[in-house]
Design a protein around this ligand. Structure first.
Ligand SMILES: Nc1nc2c(ncn2[C@@H]2O[C@H](COP(=O)(O)OP(=O)(O)O)[C@@H](O)[C@H]2O)c(=O)[nH]1
Ligand SMILES: [Mg+2]
Length: 384
C-alpha cells in the first residue's frame, strides 16, 4: 500500500483547492450564467456545421472581378446600412471590407438609411469605395421617432430605472428608436421596396474571410428566410415582458406558428419560458418578404401596441429572432459558418473543415465566439 505523506503546508493547499472546487461546482449547478461563463466544455461535441456546396463558389475567386459565373443569376438583393453622419469613418471601413471580401465580384447595390439627411461628405466617402449602385435615403419621421401615444412619464421613469440599474443603453431614446425601426420599419422604406433580400451591415464591423459565394443566391435556392453568424443570450432586464407578450400573440393567432419551428432553440421547456437565445442582428441576411408577411406584420403591430420598445428596451435582435423561430421552419434559418464576422467584442470564425483556409480568414478560429460560454450555439445545434 502506498502511503501519501503530506507536509502541513501541502495539506493546507489541498484543503483550499478542495474548498474552491466545491464552491465552483455548487455555483455551476445553481447559477446558470456562472456555469456558462466558466465551462470549458460549453460546446465541444458539436458536429461540423452544414457547408455551402462547391457549386456556389466562384471558380476563380481570387482574380475575378465579374459576378460568379458557375451559379445561377444574382438575387434581388441589397446591402443595407443604417448610420449617422458621425459614423462616416467606421462606415467607410465596414463598406470597404465587405466590398473587398465579397461585393467587388457581385456588385450588389448598397442602401444607406438615416433619420437625418446624409451629408455630402458622407455620401462622397462611402461612394468612393463602392463599385456598384448606391442609394441614400431619409427615414420617414413616423418610422423613427417615439410615437405620441407612448406615455412619456412612464417611458422616462423606465429609462431612469435602467440607468440606475446600469443597463447598457438604458437611458437612450435614440437607441430605442433604432431598435423599433429595425424591428418593424426598415423594410417599408421606399428605397427598399424594389428588393426582396438584404444583408445588414453596421459601421465598425469586420469581415474576416473572403465570401466567394453568393449567400443571397444560396438562400433563394434553398427556401431560406433568415441567416445569422453569431447567437447569444439577451440581457433579461431589457425584455421583462417580451416573452409573455409573444405568448399572448401566439394564443390569439396560433395559425401563424410554423410546424417544425425553432422553438426548442429559444425555450428549454417547450415555450413556457424564453431562454434568452437570439441571433445577433447586427449581422443579418434575410428576406424582407418575411418581415412584410401577414404573420410578421401582425406580430410587430401587437408588440408595438404594448409599448415595450419604450417602456422596456426591446431589441430588434430578440424581436426578429423570436419571429424567425416561430413563423419559419427551423430549416429556413441558416447559420453561415463560412462568413467570418466581427462586431466588437465578438467574432465568429469558421469552424467547418477547410472553411478557414478557403476563405483566407484572418480571424483566430480557436477563439471563435461559437465556443464561448455566452454563445447559444449549443441551443442551435441541439435542434439540428
Ligand atoms: N441614423 C441613425 N443610426 C443609428 C442611431 N443609433 C444607432 N444607429 C445605427 O444602428 C446600428 C446599431 O447601433 P449601434 O450603436 O452599433 O448599437 P449596438 O450594436 O447595439 O451597440 C448601427 O448601424 C448604427 O449606425 C441613430 O440615432 N441614428
Ligand atoms: Mg453595433
Amino acid at each position: 500500500m502506498i502511503q501519501l505523506k503530506l507536509t502541513p503546508t501541502a495539506r493546507y493547499v489541498l484543503l483550499v483547492v478542495l474548498i474552491l472546487l466545491g464552491i465552483h461546482s455548487i455555483l455551476t449547478f445553481t447559477h446558470e450564467p456562472y456555469g456558462r461563463a466558466t465551462s470549458i466544455f460549453s460546446w465541444s461535441s458539436a458536429a461540423a456545421p452544414p457547408a455551402v456546396p462547391d457549386t456556389y463558389y466562384d471558380s476563380d475567386a481570387d482574380v475575378s472581378l465579374t459576378p460568379a459565373h458557375n451559379t445561377s443569376a444574382r438575387a434581388n438583393a441589397t446591402i443595407l446600412m443604417l448610420a449617422r453622419n458621425s459614423d462616416v469613418e467606421s462606415a467607410v471601413r465596414s463598406v470597404r471590407e465587405l466590398e473587398d471580401r465579397f461585393n467587388r465580384k457581385y456588385h450588389y447595390p448598397w442602401v444607406f438609411l438615416n433619420e437625418e439627411d446624409f451629408t455630402s461628405d458622407f455620401k462622397r466617402r462611402v461612394s468612393n469605395v463602392i463599385a456598384g449602385p448606391v442609394y441614400f435615403g431619409k427615414i420617414p419621421h413616423d418610422h423613427w421617432f417615439q410615437p405620441a401615444w407612448i406615455d412619456e412619464n412612464r417611458a422616462s421613469a423606465a429609462r431612469q430605472q435602467m440607468v440606475d440599474d446600469n443597463i447598457i443603453y438604458g437611458g437612450s431614446v435614440s437607441y430605442r428608436n433604432m431598435c423599433r425601426f429595425n424591428s418593424g420599419f426598415f423594410y417599408r422604406h421606399p428605397l427598399l421596396q424594389q428588393f426582396k433580400w438584404y444583408w445588414r451591415v453596421e459601421p465598425d464591423v469586420h469581415f474576416r474571410c473572403d465570401v466567394n459565394f453568393d449567400p443571397f443566391r444560396y438562400m433563394e435556392d434553398h427556401n431560406k428566410l433568415y441567416a445569422f453568424t453569431i447567437t447569444m443570450y439577451e440581457f433579461a432586464a431589457t425584455i421583462p415582458t417580451l416573452w409573455e407578450t409573444v405568448k399572448e400573440f401566439v394564443s390569439l393567432h396560433p395559425q401563424y406558428v410554423k410546424a417544425n419551428n425553432a422553438m426548442n432553440y429559444m425555450s428549454d421547456n417547450g415555450g413556457e419560458s424564453y431562454n434568452l437565445c437570439h441571433f445577433w442582428s447586427n449581422f443579418e441576411i434575410a428576406s424582407m418578404d418575411f418581415w412584410r408577411s401577414e404573420a410578421y406584420s401582425q406580430y410587430f403591430e401587437y408588440l408595438d401596441s404594448k409599448g415595450g420598445f419604450y417602456y422596456e428596451r426591446w431589441g430588434d435582435a430578440p424581436v426578429h429572432s423570436i419571429a424567425a423561430g416561430l413563423f419559419a421552419s427551423k430549416e429556413q434559418i441558416q447559420f453561415f459558418d463560412e462568413i467570418g464576422y466581427e462586431h466588437n467584442p465578438y467574432t465568429h470564425c469558421p469552424r467547418g473543415p477547410g472553411a478557414w483556409e478557403r476563405g483566407r480568414c484572418d480571424c483566430d478560429a480557436g477563439r471563435s465566439f461559437d465556443y464561448d460560454g455566452y454563445s447559444c450555439m449549443r441551443q442551435w445545434d441541439r435542434i439540428q
